[in-house]
Design a protein around this ligand. Structure first.
Ligand SMILES: C[S@@+](CC[C@H](N)C(=O)[O-])C[C@H]1O[C@@H](n2cnc3c(N)ncnc32)[C@H](O)[C@@H]1O
Length: 289
């Protein structure tokens, strides 16, 4: 039987990380007491498996075999569940809210949270959206933006709708960008969508310095099997750091994995009282006034 080619072009190392999070969602959904219920992710991975298993790419091969570190699966599923909850909460507060999932990858959030009204944009690099288009249909309320988030023309489609309120989320994305890119993006979001909410995951800047940087790179490349260009470049020290980037940026709250009473975190939970470990990767929420 001929294998359907879904990935056909060689995707970049950063874009390929979207396959890893998709497989985490699918694997966790099929586990006992799943943190995340994502049947569509399971369906998509079933479609991708034949192609990935024939590839000579190490990441693809381990994904097709379902060989992913258990703790990684748990972290990524916890994060997806948390961002689903943030989205539902936003939609309860804002009846005509628009959601933009920046660096959406192959995630199926729209289908997990759809309230029958939301207009939801999935934005990612053209090579990722090309794959997504083959797997999920676009509709009036579920739209794709094939663009780098750094090419600001994408914002026009949303400003034209004159939305009452906008939620922008960047789940596992900003760390792959450069500091000046993230700063300029946040300021552009602030001026284009005044009053919007931004939710983003951050990496701790302390871990960008050697020798910690080498430990992280080894983890990404050896254990996660990421390509060498999928490295972390940007970090902050504290959620409140963004407040100093421009007047009007207002930190609201943050969320740390290890604070969750999630039994699947296992022994990692004992690290929650050690700030150095508790705060490697975390999520913060802002109002951009
Ligand atoms: C680790 S994946 C996360 C995917 C998704 N947010 C999730 O949690 O399942 C990182 C994603 O960021 C996207 N990305 C990286 N740089 C980007 C850019 N400049 N513009 C748009 N997307 C970008 C990648 O293509 C990839 O899909």
């Amino acid at each position: 039987m001929e294998i359907q080619k879904l990935l056909n072009t060689q995707i970049s190392d950063v874009a390929a990380t979207s396959l890893m999070t998709l497989y985490c969602h699918a694997l966790e959904s099929q586990s006992k007491d799943p943190i995340l219920d994502d049947p569509l992710a399971v369906e998509i991975t079933d479609k991708l498996n034949p192609e990935l298993s024939q590839s000579d790419n190490k990441l693809y091969q381990s994904l097709a075999k379902g060989k992913l570190e258990k703790k990684l699966v748990v972290h990524v599923a916890m994060r997806a569940k948390r961002y689903d909850d943030y989205t539902r909460n936003f939609l309860e507060r804002s009846h005509n809210g628009i959601v933009v999932n920046i660096g959406c990858g192959l995630d199926t959030r729209f289908h997990r949270i759809d309230n029958g009204k939301v207009i939801f944009y999935d934005l990612d690099l053209p090579e990722v959206i090309a794959v997504k288009r083959k797997l999920l249909p676009e509709t009036d309320r579920y739209r794709f933006i094939p663009s780098s988030v750094l090419n600001y023309e994408w914002m026009e489609a949303i400003t034209q709708l004159n939305p009452d309120s906008v939620l922008l989320m960047a789940e596992g994305v900003f760390m792959y960008l450069k500091e000046e890119e993230v700063k300029s993006l946040v300021l552009k979001l602030q001026s284009t969508f005044p009053g919007c909410e931004l939710i983003a995951e951050f990496f701790n800047a302390a871990w960008l310095k050697q020798p910690l940087r080498a430990i992280i790179n080894r983890k990404l490349q050896r254990d996660f099997k990421f390509g060498k260009d999928a490295t972390f470049k940007f970090g902050i020290k504290d959620s409140k750091d963004l407040d100093s980037w421009n007047p009007g940026i207002e930190f609201l709250d943050d969320w740390f994995y290890l604070d969750e009473p999630e039994k699947k975190l296992g022994l990692l939970r004992v690290l929650k009282d050690i700030p150095f470990f508790r705060k490697i990767l975390w999520t913060a929420r802002y109002k951009l006034n």
